[in-house]
Design a protein around this ligand. Sequence first.
Ligand code: FA5
Length: 332
Amino acid sequence: MAETQTGESVVGLKDDAVAALLVAESSEQLEAWRVEFLGRKGRLTTVLRGLGSLDIEQRKVAGAAANHLRVELETLFEERQQQAISTRAPAGSIDVTLPGRKSSLGGLHPSTQMIREITQAFNEMGFQTIEGPEIELERYNFDLLNIPAGHPARDKWDTIWVDSESRGDMLLRTHTSPMQARVMETSDPPVRVVVPGKCYRYESTDATHEWHFNQVEGLAVDEGITFADLKGTLYEFARRIFGASRKVRFRCDYFPFVEPGVDMSIDWNGNWIEILGAGMVHPKVLEGVGYDSSKYTGFAFGMGPERVSMLRNDINDIRHFFANDLRFLTQF
Ligand code: FA5
């Protein structure tokens, strides 16, 4: 094989150049390769310069081989350069000198956290957690709760109706109370359940009202259940969530599906904030689902977990819960 005065063969040079090019990745390494093999003082140029000392026949052969190698190496170099650019991240997009950062993990929504805490408190008192449909029938949301069409109490729950072509009696539930009837329809006493879930009302919002919010319903039905059981259970709930020293107030309230009815408020810096409505299940509701109201009695309650969370965490506006602002959400 043609060998120049420098003693370097064109074939040996090619092998070295190709092997070195394959491991060159960064732009600095590629440039160093170019200088070493194709540069003005590079190895190939040196070979070409050395051709002058050969005799004419040798010069012809070695010159052709060296020129051929130059073209070959230039092509390989360009290809390798393109390859490196396409696999490399855009300039400036990654600073490899930066220290690693922890990837941020998602978390449970504050409402979900509160719902879990509330349902757990009741689970420990023997209540089972179940869930129900958010799109509800008028029959369960109103009729079976002793709120027939035309009853003024319907005005209390401004309803978002579902525009259905097949039937006009579907709505977004205004409270979780429809699950009272659904549970009793499908199971015999004793019943002890809590039902968390979303509710919707067609009403304007303010610091303590959202148009969609959560409730946790509670229902206990058995022989011999009294109002004392209702109060004892709710006091115990308040003790677990707010601590023993927090002031609690019961007042008379009206809900067509309980008799008597109450609401429960919690002290918040000298103000009373209502967190739930409750009462003894109305005999008409028990009869409506086929229970014998002379044998069974029960109590029910419905509370707003966002309100409970506001009281617990000193949150001054319920609208923060659904504004999707991470500055708020990540504080929990
Ligand atoms: C009811 O919804 C009844 N179903 C509660 C009930 C159940 C009474 C069982 C008797 C027996 P009320 O509309 O007051 O009642 O709502 C109950 C709780 O839900 C309120 O105390 C409050 O904590 C929460 N709540 C009601 N409306 C809103 C609202 N717009 N935004 C946020 N929370 C609300």
